[in-house]
Design a protein around this ligand. Structure first.
Ligand code: ADP
Ligand code: MG
Length: 240
């Protein structure tokens, strides 16, 4: 579903990604760990073409994301993204946040978009907040709306960039519960997080990044019990 082959990305002279290769099959869940500044967000952003790349290739569902003549909007519709700071449209209601893109980009009829939106809000436990504005919601509620909004485009892949980092523990668990449910329904997911419990329970593969490179990629069991790379071991010692 996602195939990165030797992807390199520079910001000026600074190499943010160094020949990163990664394969994610349909339905797989990959959790990306790593210290701040290691390139995790940049990696996710290349998968959604929010960043350009300098070398390498990225294929999404068999299509070359950076290939000439590719319909980027179409590929992008297949990849939903959830950010640390929710990024909801502040002057739109919860319902409008969910219906905007499907109506505009997918040309969905309003009634159909609203039906879908209400079903998704129900799924994330936010149906009764459809008429609220983001500012009237807690951080955890806003993030659950943000997840529902991404799902409203019916993506094949969901990318999460530290979705619970701005939340207190209680709100974190309500967001993680929504993500776990999505995982159990078979969604292909790439999740950058510091939630080790989530990594252990949900990930098929745990990837450790450092200095723009993938240093280690293995099953959660192996990753947490016998990490091979010294930098991974050091990271785990500091965070567990
Ligand atoms: P992480 O998400 O792992 O904390 P990032 O992917 O955000 O790391 O950043 C990786 C490196 O790239 C950092 O050193 C960061 O300062 C740099 N970087 C990220 N975005 C930009 C940008 N738009 N311009 C210049 N440098 C950037
Ligand atoms: Mg980041």
């Amino acid at each position: 579903m996602i195939r990165l082959h030797r992807v390199t990305k520079y910001f000026g002279d600074f190499r943010a990604l160094s020949e990163v290769s990664l394969d994610v099959k349909a339905g797989q869940k990959v959790v990306i760990l790593g210290p701040s500044g290691s390139g995790k967000s940049t990696l996710l952003r290349t998968i959604n073409r929010l960043e350009s790349i300098n070398a390498g290739t990225i294929h999404i569902d068999g299509r070359n994301l950076y290939g000439e003549g590719e319909d980027i909007n179409r590929i992008r519709m297949e990849v939903g993204m959830v950010f640390q700071n929710f990024n909801l449209f502040r002057h739109k209601t919860v319902l409008e946040n969910l219906t905007l893109a499907p109506i505009k980009l997918k040309k969905m009829k309003r009634e159909q978009a609203e039906t879908l939106a209400m079903a998704l809000l129900d799924k994330v436990g936010m149906r009764d907040r459809a008429a609220h504005f983001p500012v009237q919601l807690s951080g955890g509620q806003q993030q659950r709306v943000a997840i529902a909004r991404a799902l409203a485009m019916e993506p094949k892949i969901m990318l999460f960039d530290e979705p619970t980092s701005a939340l207190d523990p209680e709100m974190t668990s309500e967001v993680l519960a929504v993500m776990m449910r999505l995982a159990s329904e078979g969604m292909t997911m790439v999740v950058v997080t510091h939630e080790m419990g989530f990594a252990r329970e949900v990930a098929d593969t745990v990837v450790f990044m450092d200095a723009g490179a993938i240093v280690e990629a293995s099953s959660p069991h192996r990753f947490f019990t016998s990490p091979e790379n010294p930098r991974t071991r050091n990271f785990l010692k500091q965070t567990l």
